[in-house]
Ligand binder design. Structure first.
Ligand SMILES: C[S@@+](CC[C@H](N)C(=O)[O-])C[C@H]1O[C@@H](n2cnc3c(N)ncnc32)[C@H](O)[C@@H]1O
Length: 222
C-alpha cells in the first residue's frame, strides 16, 4: 500500500491539475442529457464499461476522468441518473459536502449506491472477539483490538467510521429520501441502474457483512 505521506504529497502536488482537468471536463464534455452513469473511485480492478469512471489514480488504475473527489464534482446540476462508489467515501475528508455534491448532480429520482467498511458489523465482531472476521490488510495484528484498528482505520487511510445511522444522517441532510435503505452486497433495488456493479462487489459474509452498502434516492421533485 502506498504510504499516507506519499498520498498527501500526490494530492498536494497534483490537486490543482486535477482541479483544472475537472473544470475543463465540466465546461466541455460533461453530459447534460442524463445518459451517463458515474462510477467514483474504480481503482485498479473495478473499471465499469459504459460508465464515466472517475479517479485520482490514473497511473496504476484505469479511469475516464482524472479528478479529485474532494473538490466539487465536475458534472452539471440534475444531469446524472446514477452514482456508484465502493470503498471510496471513507477516504474523503468531508462526507457531508461529498453527499451534497452527488445530490446536486443527480437527476431528480436518481440514485447513489455507495458502501465502505462496515462500522456496525466491525463493532459487533470486536465485542464478540471474532478475530477471524478481520483481515490482515493492510497490516497483520494479533489482538482483537489491533485487528479492529487495522480494519477500521487502515493505517490512517480511512477518515470516517461508516455506520448506517451516520450515513442516514448525512444523506438525509443532503436531501436524499429517508430512510436510507441498507442492502446486502450484490443486491439492488435498482437493477436498471446498478446491475453491472454487483459483479464487482466482493462480500463473502452475508450474516455480518464487511461492507455497508446503501442506496439513496434523490426525490423525484426537489
Ligand atoms: C480502496 S480503493 C477502492 C477501489 C474499488 N472501488 C474497489 O471497491 O475495489 C479507493 C479508490 O478511491 C480513489 N480515491 C480515493 N480518494 C480519492 C480522491 N480524493 N479523488 C479521487 N479518487 C480517490 C483511489 O484512487 C482508489 O482508486
Amino acid at each position: 500500500m502506498i504510504s499516507r505521506d506519499a498520498k498527501q504529497f500526490f494530492f498536494l502536488s497534483l490537486g490543482p491539475a486535477m482541479g483544472v482537468n475537472g473544470w475543463l471536463y465540466r465546461r466541455l464534455r460533461a453530459p447534460r442529457t442524463g445518459a451517463a452513469r458515474v462510477h467514483l473511485g474504480p481503482g485498479i480492478k473495478t473499471y465499469l464499461k459504459g460508465w464515466v469512471n472517475v479517479d485520482a489514480n490514473c497511473f496504476t488504475g484505469r479511469c475516464d476522468l482524472w479528478a479529485d473527489l474532494r473538490r466539487p464534482l465536475p458534472f452539471h446540476n440534475d444531469s446524472i441518473p446514477a452514482f456508484y462508489s465502493h470503498h471510496v467515501i471513507e477516504h474523503l475528508p468531508d462526507l457531508r459536502s461529498h453527499f451534497r455534491e452527488v445530490f446536486r448532480c443527480l437527476q431528480p429520482g436518481g440514485v447513489y449506491r455507495t458502501g465502505g467498511p462496515h462500522g456496525d458489523s466491525s463493532v459487533a465482531k470486536f465485542i464478540a472477539g471474532d478475530d477471524a472476521w478481520f483481515s490482515d490488510f493492510p497490516d497483520a495484528a494479533v489482538s482483537t483490538g489491533g485487528r479492529f484498528d487495522n480494519y477500521l482505520l487502515c493505517r490512517g487511510e480511512h477518515l470516517h467510521i461508516l455506520t448506517l445511522s451516520f450515513l442516514g444522517e448525512l444523506l438525509a441532510d443532503a436531501g436524499f429520501d429517508a430512510p436510507v435503505v441498507c442492502l446486502p452486497a450484490k443486491e439492488t433495488r435498482h437493477p436498471e441502474l446498478f446491475s453491472e456493479c454487483l459483479a464487482t462487489e466482493w462480500e463473502s459474509d452475508y450474516d455480518c457483512p464487511h461492507t455497508l452498502i446503501v442506496e439513496a434516492r434523490k426525490p423525484a421533485r426537489v
